[in-house]
Design a protein around this ligand. Structure first.
Ligand code: SF4
Length: 276
C-alpha cells in the first residue's frame, strides 16, 4: 500500500485549474456528451444510455476522459432529452429503460433531478451510474426517482482512493451505507443497488483491499456486484486531449485472477456479474 502512495507517478493531485472544473453545476439546462441507443451493459435489459458531461473525480484510469470537462455546445433541456429517449421506449420491454451515466450525472444535480422526474412521469425505468461523491441533500432529492443505482467502489484506503481519483472515499462510503438502508424498504420497495468494482492490477486486487471489500459487502444490502477488469481502450482519449496517461505499463488482469476474485465473492453468497 505504502509503495503505491510513495509512487508519485500514479498519484492524482488536482491542479488548480482542475479544482475549478470539479465543482458541481446547478443549472436546469443539461450538458450532454452523447447517447448510446441499445446499451446492454449499463443496467437491466435494453438501455438508452445518456452520457452527462462533468465529473467531480479525476480517476487516473478513466476511460471516458473526454467527458469530464464541460463543453457548452451540447446544451439540452430535460424535456428535449426525454424526447430523444421516447423514440426507443418500444424496445425497453419489461426491464429496460434509460441509464444516466457520464462523467458523473450527480455533477449536474438540478438537471438530473428534472430529467429523472420526467422519465418517471413517462413510466420509464431509470438507472443512474455514479461515483456517489455528492451531498446527502442531492442524494435525497433523486432517491424517489431512481430504480437502479449503479455505484463504483474505487478503493477502501482513503489515501490511495485520493491518489487514484483525486478525492477521499469517506463521503462515498457513507452515501453507500445510506443508500443501502433505503433501497428495498417500504419507501422504495423495488429500487435496487448495483455495485461495480474495477479490477486494477496492483491497486484494487491487493489482499488488503479485497479483504476490505468483503467486509464492506457484508455491511451493505445490494442486488449484485459487477466486476470490471481494467482495460486500456480509453487511453487514446487521453492522448487526443494531450494528457499524460499515468498508468502506462499497467496490464489488464489475467483471466485466472478475475475468476479467482469472482469465485471468492460468489463463495460469500453474492451475485457476481463479469462485465468485460
Ligand atoms: S468517476 Fe468515472 S467518469 Fe469520473 S473520473 Fe472516475 S472513472 Fe471517469
Amino acid at each position: 500500500m505504502l509503495k503505491i502512495l510513495k509512487n508519485r507517478r500514479f498519484c492524482k493531485t488536482l491542479t488548480p485549474s482542475e479544482q475549478k472544473k470539479v465543482k458541481p453545476v446547478h443549472k436546469l439546462t443539461g450538458m450532454i456528451h452523447s447517447f448510446e441507443t441499445f446499451g446492454a451493459l449499463d443496467g437491466p435489459g435494453v438501455r438508452f444510455v445518456v452520457f452527462f458531461e462533468g465529473c467531480p473525480l479525476r480517476c487516473v484510469y478513466c476511460h471516458n476522459r473526454d467527458m469530464l470537462d464541460l463543453v457548452d455546445h451540447s446544451m439540452m433541456t430535460a424535456r428535449e432529452l426525454l424526447e430523444e429517449v421516447r423514440d426507443y421506449k418500444p424496445y425497453f420491454g419489461r426491464k429496460g429503460g434509460v441509464t444516466v451515466s457520464g462523467g458523473d450525472p450527480v455533477f449536474q444535480p438540478k438537471f438530473l433531478l428534472e430529467f429523472l422526474k420526467l422519465c418517471k412521469k413517462d413510466r420509464i425505468n431509470t438507472a443512474v451510474d455514479t461515483s456517489l461523491f455528492t451531498s446527502q441533500k442531492v442524494l435525497d432529492s433523486i432517491l424517489p426517482y431512481v430504480d437502479t443505482f449503479m455505484v463504483s467502489l474505487k478503493h477502501f484506503d482513503s489515501g490511495i482512493h485520493k491518489c487514484l481519483t483525486g478525492v477521499p472515499n469517506e463521503q462515498i462510503l457513507e452515501n453507500l451505507r445510506y443508500l443501502s438502508s433505503y433501497v428495498g424498504t417500504a419507501k422504495r420497495p423495488k429500487a435496487k443497488l448495483r455495485l461495480r468494482y474495477l479490477i486494477l492490477p496492483g491497486y484494487t486486487d491487493t489482499r488488503s483491499n479485497l479483504s476490505a471489500l468483503r467486509k464492506f459487502l457484508r455491511e451493505v444490502k445490494f442486488e449484485l456486484i459487477e466486476l470490471l477488469p481494467y482495460h486500456t481502450h480509453g487511453v487514446y482519449k487521453w492522448e487526443e486531449l494531450g494528457l499524460r496517461y499515468s498508468l502506462e505499463g499497467v496490464k489488464a488482469p489475467s483471466k485466472a485472477s478475475v475468476q479467482r476474485i469472482k469465485k471468492m465473492l460468489e463463495k460469500e453468497g453474492h451475485k457476481v456479474l463479469l462485465n468485460e
